[in-house]
Design a protein around this ligand. Structure first.
Ligand code: GLU
Length: 378
């Protein structure tokens, strides 16, 4: 699919905006004109019913000016963390102000690498982002730089954005960059460098092109090498990636008008990628045995309700993966359980409407939602 149509067809987009685009190098402040034009881009996408998640850098760059650290060439980690703390609110203020004229609200989400890797936190973050998008709010996400140490931080928002795309089941990741795509070699040094229009597979040859002198292309913290790492994460999550120049006003509209970019195709659909992660990667922590009616319903694509469960085994937490067994004890599916083992056991066989009275709370009518269920049986 051409990049032009890809943007129009995307249901949920994650757009990464780097510091080099967002910050005016003259003043060290957020570039209001650019932000306003970008906000009009987001408003246009939203009007078409598309959901937009923004991953925005810039806290450290804004904060170092605010703290008078901008003349230092290198900052220590504690200085970077202090700058991030002082800059993050300036960053959000800039986003708020840009969105306001379009009647758009935004919400700040700060994530660490662990939030994108530990399943329970991941599920919580995903639920919050889903809720915000459902309410018509644009989540603006950054790394929680103030609490992460060098070894455990992403450090670049390209990979963070790819993880967010994976976590939220996005179908398009847009990396706004200071180069307009992936080149066969560094375009600043090699006049024969050619931009790749479409990348179907991230082969070692392509990775080699983005390595070497080209790895650092761009002034942000993520060069072309980290962009391709991000694209690979997205690809396996069923999400397409577009790498394009971000400096121009309304860069998303520009893509739709045919501006140059590189498109990296997804390997699978987001739902298939998510289900194969549930079925293949997660170690089940327990099992739910279901009656024949529920087993048949699951095979038809239904969610698992407490009424269809006969027994709960194992020690699992809310959000853990569990096996779903038929009455004969054969595995028919795996899924993420919305109740922990103790609570699941208390609601076995009950109607969903009774959950709240028995547990004192409800995490929803389903024990495993169909979206979180992968059929694994014959
Ligand atoms: N999280 C960093 C910041 O907001 C930026 C990381 C990046 O440049 O990709 O300043």
């Amino acid at each position: 699919m051409a990049a032009v149509n890809l943007v129009a067809a995307a249901r949920r987009l994650v757009i990464k905006v780097g510091s080099s685009i967002l910050i005016d190098p003259e003043t060290g402040r957020a570039d209001e004109a650019w932000l306003n034009a970008f906000a009009s881009d987001v408003a246009r996408l939203r009007q078409r019913g598309q959901q937009v998640v923004v991953v925005s850098s810039g806290s450290i760059a804004l904060g170092r000016v605010r703290l008078g650290l901008h003349r230092r060439r290198r900052l220590s980690l504690p200085e970077k963390q202090a700058a991030a703390a002082a800059g993050q609110n300036l960053l959000m203020r800039a986003w708020e102000q840009a969105f306001e004229p379009y009647g758009l609200s935004c919400a700040q989400i700060l994530l660490t690498r662990e939030d994108t890797e530990i399943r329970r936190r991941w599920l919580n973050a995903r639920a919050t982002i889903d809720t915000l998008l459902g309410l018509g709010v644009a989540p603006v996400i950054n790394e929680n730089d103030t609490v992460v140490t060098e070894e455990i931080r992403y450090g670049d928002n390209d990979r963070l954005a790819a993880r967010v795309a994976q976590m939220t089941g996005a179908d398009l990741l847009v990396l706004l960059s200071d180069v307009d795509g992936v080149y066969t070699s560094d375009p600043r040094r090699d006049p024969a460098a050619r931009r790749l229009e479409v990348i179907e597979a991230l082969t070692p040859e392509i990775e080699a092109m983005a390595g070497g002198a080209n790895a650092e292309a761009g002034v942000g913290s993520g060069g072309m090498a980290t962009k391709l790492i991000a694209a690979r994460i997205a690809q396996h999550a069923g999400c397409a990636t577009l790498i394009t120049l971000g400096e121009r006003p309304s860069p998303i509209e520009a893509i739709e008008d045919g501006a140059p970019c590189t498109f990296i195709a997804p390997a699978v659909s987001p739902a298939a990628a998510y289900k194969s992660w549930i079925a293949g990667t997660l170690a089940p922590q327990g099992s739910l045995t279901v009656d024949p009616g529920a087993a048949a319903a699951l095979k038809r694509g239904a969610s698992l309700l407490p009424a269809g469960i006969r027994a709960v085994e194992g020690r699992f937490e809310k959000g853990d993966a569990v096996l779903v067994l038929d009455a004969a004890g054969h595995e028919i599916a795996r899924g993420l359980c919305r109740y922990d083992a103790a609570d699941a056991a208390k609601i076995v066989g009950l109607k969903s409407a009774a959950i709240e009275a028995v547990l004192g709370y409800s995490a929803g009518p389903t024990v495993i939602h169909a979206d979180d269920l992968a059929l694994t049986g014959p």
